[in-house]
Every structure is written in C-alpha cells, then in structure tokens.
Design a protein around this ligand. Sequence first.
Ligand code: ADP
Length: 408
Amino acid sequence: MKILVLNAGSSSQKSCLYDLDYDNNLPSLPPPPLWEGKVDWSHHQGVAEIEVETARGDKFTEEIATDSQSEVMSRLLDTICEGSTKVINKLADIDVVGHRVVHGGRKYRESTVINQSVKDAIAHLAKLAPAHNPANLAGIEAVENILGDIKQVAVFDTAFHSNIPDKAAIYPGPFEWTQQDIIRYGFHGIGHQYCSQRAADILGKDLMSLRLISCHLGNGCSLAAIKNARSVDTTMGFTPLEGLMMGSRSGSVDPGILIYLLQQDNYTVEQLDNILNKASGLKGISGISSDMRQIKAAISQGNYRAQLAFDIYVHRLRSNIGSMLGSLAGLDALIFTAGIGENSPEIRQAACEAFEFLGIKIDTDKNIHKPIDEDISTSDSAVKVLVIHTQENWQIARECYELIAHQV
Ligand code: ADP
C-alpha cells in the first residue's frame, strides 16, 4: 500500500511516501520512506523552498515564487513520479493520503476517512486552532485538486487524548463551559502515541501494562500521562498555549494577569494573543531567542536572562512532571522526545534530578552520548528513562494502513 503523508503547518510542510506490504505485519521500527519532501515558506515572503530526497539518496531543490499552496503542492508531488527523484510511475499509484490535522474537537476521537462533513468540521474547528487547521484543510483541498477523488484520512493530534477522564478534562469554571466545548483537548497526540508504543517495544513490555510520562519538548512543549495505552492527562488544554513554558509561548500563567492587562493597560485581545504566543517563553524571558541552542550559547557567556529562561523552563518541566505523576499514581518510564527532549542532555539531567528521591537515576554517560531510542537510566533506577526519536509521519502512515487495510 502506497501511503503519502502530509504534515502541513502554517509556514512549512513535511511530506513522505511509504510503501507498505499488505501481507506483512507492520514493522515496529519505521521503514525509510521511499520519498521525502519539505516545503518552507518561512525564509522569504512569497517564496516556497522545496527540498526532496529519496531512499536512494537522490536530491532535488527548487525555489518557487508563489503563495499558492496548491501550485507548490503540485510541483512537489510531480517530483514523486518525474525527474531524478522519481520513485513511482504515476501519482494514481498512491492508495491513500494521510493528513495530520491538529484539532478534531469532541467529535473526532479516531482517525477518519475524509468526506465533506469531515472537511466542514475541520474548517469549523479553525476557531480553536487558527494557526493550524486552515493549513491542514488547504493541504487536503490541494490533494483533491491534484489527485481527484483519492482516499484521504485525517489523523487528529487531539484524538489520543480524547479519553481523558472528565475530572482532568473539565476546567473548574462554570459548568456551562463544558456545553460550549471549552474543555481540555490536548495536542501532540500523534507524537505521544508513537512514543508510547515505541517505549513498550524498547522495554519489551505490553503497552497496556505501562504507566508512562511522555515529555514532548520541541518549539511547542507538552507532557502526556499514559495508562492502558491512552492519554489520561496532558498539560496542553483547550488550546496549545496551556502548560509548560515553550519556545515563544508562555504556557500557563495566572489568568488574573490577562484581566489586569486588559483593564489597567488597555491591551487589545490581538496584543495579548501575540504576547502569549509569540513573545513569551524562552524568547520572552531571554530576549535572545526561542531556540534552546542559542539560550545555552548565551548561558555559556554568562547571560543572566538566558540562565533565568533555562531555570524557569526546568522548574516548570519538573512541576508539570510532578502533576502527571499525581494523575498516574505511579510511573514505569519517563520519555524524552522532540528537538529539546532528544538533543539536550542538560534538560534531561535537570528534569530527572528532582525525582531522585523516587529512585529515578540516569546514567550520565548514556545521557550525554546522543542516545536515540535508548534507555538512559541506570540498572538500579526505579523508573526507566527513555530518549525516543519522534516519528509523527510514520504514526500517521500506520493509522492510515490500519484504517484502510481493515476496509479492504
Ligand atoms: P517543532 O516543535 O517545531 O517540531 P523541534 O522538535 O524541531 O520543533 O524542536 C525545536 C527545538 O529543539 C528548538 O528549541 C531547538 O533549539 C531544540 N534543539 C534542537 N537541537 C538541539 C540541541 N542539539 N540542543 C538543544 N536543543 C536543541
């Protein structure tokens, strides 16, 4: 089965093509995709940079001066069946296209074959995920324009969290909020789900028997408490703004601060939105960057605000891990994943140090030697500590495979 995966963001898009054999069980480790394509709009306004690479190692790059996602997508998909990066004869050989869709609301609790009503729902939910759902929908429509009525599947970032119990999902505001769909949805679910399954594989245990905390620490950051193979609590909430300190997002702050700024300083809603999403977090505190690598570089030069940003980041990470521990009432493994989780031994060390009293111990040597899909805890640690390379696109392909294979 040939599965094209599209992971469309507001300023970039990652795609890959997998060829999975119907007759075999899915491998637990992702196979290399036949073809991978990236589009980046973030460097020059109105210019899309396309980068393509195949499993054979053939590469192709191009810049196209356009804002049209459909035009860029058409060019990108041409590289699958034309030129040096050709891996299949024609686009019609693709069986299914899987899309990461950030918000599925209350209705979409599982991956779903896309039809008009699913598209309407994704459009409707754009008010809850304005930076993401419109880009996801544009990707779906661009594929429709190019590939006609090919089967498309929406894989929702909220779905893995859809069984969170009411006591963790409902905010202690007025009960009417729940009727307005103001509840905790949680995000990064595709990544958290992949990491939980991969953790079970690495540990050689049944996922149903494990209590896990997955720490997704990238530009956006969230934790998920996982039990019985489902998320039972998570730090992001109604929007991806709640919870941990992030690259440029504040994470949780006292809502009274917002009332104060609105009343006393006449801030507009747009200004608050911009501050909380774009001018807070590592960037807001350090005044340097939202990028952890630059924060670390500034710390090594003695920069006070960079150190403060790092310290707040670690403090909030520890206190939120504590909160997830409370929700799980125990822990078998702590997982670090995404850009910071996978690449920053300092953050992993600092996060774990606070829980030494629970018997969590990491092996310093393993921690600093670029672990990938590895247990970095000591043999006598009471809890395993895993570093897992996130593979969201593979998780999306797997969801498509399982959904479609069962229908054939
Ligand atoms: P996204 O959430 O956009 O997918 P990533 O998962 O790529 O983001 O994570 C981006 C973050 O990872 C940035 O803060 C970046 O500094 C951090 N990062 C990447 N490599 C390293 C590294 N070697 N050390 C520390 N942080 C790193």
